[in-house]
Design a protein around this ligand. Structure first.
Ligand code: HEC
Length: 103
């Protein structure tokens, strides 16, 4: 029994560590590929929005956070409207980082 409990707790801790690592790797990619337009905290760069003549919602806003992980990943990979898709190695990590921007 004790072995089972140790295994369960160990797995939960391991999963938490993996998630944290993903968001950190996602932040690194975000800072490189997304921050110039979407801002460090997900608040859109007003000059970019104006230049593209498009309304950009904050990534931490309710509207954007209401999207599923798959939808956010699709925007990143395939693009949406005036945003082109980005060929990045770790889109799932970036989705994890976008989740961490939730207000
Ligand atoms: C060149 C500027 C630019 C870059 C770089 C960029 N985006 Fe965007 N992004 C936009 C614009 C403009 C929109 C609004 C597109 C539309 O719906 O017309 C947008 C929309 C989005 C949306 C959907 C928001 C909504 O309201 O539906 C998400 C999510 C998003 N971007 C994430 C990212 C991530 C993650 C990256 C980095 C991999 C990234 N973007 C890089 C300009 C950019």
């Amino acid at each position: 029994m004790r072995t089972l409990i140790t295994a369960v707790v160990g797995t939960a801790l391991g999963a938490a560590l993996v998630l944290a690592a993903d968001a950190a790797a996602g932040k690194a990619t975000y800072d490189k590929s997304c921050k110039s337009c979407h801002g460090a905290d997900g608040t859109a760069n007003a000059a970019i929005a104006k230049g593209l003549k498009v309304e950009m919602k904050a990534l931490g806003s309710k509207e954007v956070q209401a999207k599923s992980d798959a939808d956010i990943k699709k925007v990143i990979v395939d693009g949406q409207g005036k945003m082109k898709g980005y060929k990045i190695a770790n889109p799932d990590d970036v989705v994890a980082h976008v989740r961490s921007l939730k207000k």
